[in-house]
Design a protein around this ligand. Structure first.
Ligand SMILES: *Cc1c(COP(=O)(O)O)cnc(C)c1O
Length: 439
């Protein structure tokens, strides 16, 4: 690793060179494309981002759960370099190549369940979710799609309809796709229900408002991402999966954020032994290159007519090479175990912090996907202002942090699994300082 694995600030954050480039960005990049922390990155690796001013920042975001194997991970770089020199594109639908098939074979092996599986590859998570719905509709001959409160599934027209939060994802962008129905999520901090009770509540809504026989699929994030790292109560997911099976509804796990070792298992569904009919993947799959997949039961995947699935770039050879490099890294380095280690360290630090600051109403998550929810002390009234202040303090101190949640009051931690223990500890020292400094 050529990048020094340390936090080192040589200017204010953002520094003068980043500010110069920010002006350029504001002149030429549409304002709709926002930026959380406008430091312009020059290089990155391990657990560090180096900006154009020479600041070394600790990365607790992984580019939103993407660089799970680390940024510019050596195995990813090697695979990509070889592939980009061999050929960059043929379009798999015109003339195929091995990388695509090898990624599909890996997905068949790694995703939950021992049944026969096939995959189709795409460019983005939203595209994968859209295609999972297309497949479920053809396979069932039904139209309706069930999604959940706080869900995030993307920004295309169908996935905007499936995403819960209006600002900034949906506001003014309608009309949205029809036949999307929202059920209450299990949210232990806010509903106090057991998994079975929360599942019964969701099933009742779907039964009465939609009718099980009209549902093509039920789409759920096993641990919600943008919606607030909401971890459903134990038993919620298995109950929904069982109900879906009994009613011929395709159970789709959106593992785009939670998949590929992030939560300490290959997939978050594995934790409770849930076997989805279809799984959507993206983000962590390819070490930073754009790739997404839908993987599922062969009989469902093959329900679609030949030519019905695809896209010009879907499963691009360079992105597939990156995925094979990333998956190889996850396997050989046993990154699922590393995620569990990171999870127990982070959980310990966050629980200690929650003991000192009563603004922290909940510590939750799994593996390297942990979060705290900030509320007015003694209540569950969201405190997005304090959340933003804590995150901004971390940014100024050279730690890249992210917030999320329907109310913007969840502070989430998504370190790359390549981060060292010392760096991780230092990052959480800064987080602790941030709570004291903003009290
Ligand atoms: C990020 C995300 C998506 C959308 O993925 P894009 O690649 O941004 O289109 C969908 N579902 C979940 C759970 C996500 O976290």
């Amino acid at each position: 690793m050529s990048i020094a694995q340390e936090r080192r600030l040589v200017t204010a954050i953002p520094g003068p060179r980043s500010l110069e480039r920010l002006e350029h960005k504001l002149a030429y990049v549409a304002d709709g494309v926002g930026t959380t922390l406008p430091v312009f990155v020059a290089e990155a690796g391990g657990g560090v981002l180096v900006d154009v001013d020479g600041n070394h920042l600790i990365d607790l975001g992984s580019g939103i759960a993407v660089t799970t194997v680390g940024n510019a991970a050596p195995s990813v770089v090697r695979h990509v370099q070889e592939q980009v020199a061999a050929f960059t594109h043929t379009c798999f639908m015109v003339t195929p190549y091995d990388g695509y098939v090898d990624v599909c074979a890996a997905l068949a092996e790694l995703t939950p369940g021992e049944h026969a599986k096939k995959s189709a590859l795409f460019n983005s998570g939203a595209e994968a979710v859209e295609n999972a719905v297309k497949i479920a509709r053809v396979a069932t001959g039904r139209d309706a799609v069930a999604v959940f409160d706080h869900a995030y599934h993307g920004r295309t027209n169908l996935t905007m309809a499936m995403t819960a939060k209006n600002m900034p994802y949906k506001n003014g962008f309608g009309p949205f796709a029809g036949e999307v129905y929202r059920a209450p999520m299990s949210y232990p901090l806010r509903d106090g229900l057991s998994g079975a009770e929360a599942a019964a509540r969701a099933i009742d809504v779907l039964d009465k408002q939609v009718g099980a026989a009209n549902l093509a699929c039920l789409v759920i994030e096993p641990i919600q991402g943008e919606g607030g790292f909401v971890v459903p109560a134990p038993g919620f997911l298995p109950a929904l999966a069982a109900w879906s099976r009994e009613n011929g509804i395709v159970f789709i796990a959106d593992e785009i954020q939670s998949g590929f070792c992030r939560t300490g298992d290959w997939f978050a569904s594995d934790h409770e032994g849930v076997v989805p009919d279809l799984v959507t993947t993206a983000k962590g799959i390819a070490g930073g290159l754009p790739l997404a997949g839908v993987t599922g039961r062969t009989e469902l995947m093959d329900a679609v007519h030949v030519g019905g699935l695809g896209g010009t770039y879907g499963g691009n050879p360079v992105a597939c090479a990156a995925a094979l490099g990333a998956i190889d890294e996850m396997r050989t380095q046993d990154l699922a175990s590393r995620a569990r280690q990171i999870g127990s360290f982070v959980q310990g630090r966050l629980e200690a912090l929650a003991g000192e600051h009563d603004v922290i109403a909940d510590v939750r998550g799994r593996g390297a996907m942990m979060a705290i929810e900030l509320c007015r002390p003694g209540t569950v009234e969201p405190d997005p202002v304090r959340t933003a202040a804590v995150s901004a303090y971390c940014h100024q101190q050279g730690v890249v942090t992210l917030t999320c949640g329907t109310w913007g009051n969840v502070f989430r931690f998504l370190p790359p699994l390549s981060i060292g223990d010392g760096l991780l500890a230092e990052a959480f020292d800064v987080v602790a300082e941030a709570f004291t400094a903003t009290a």
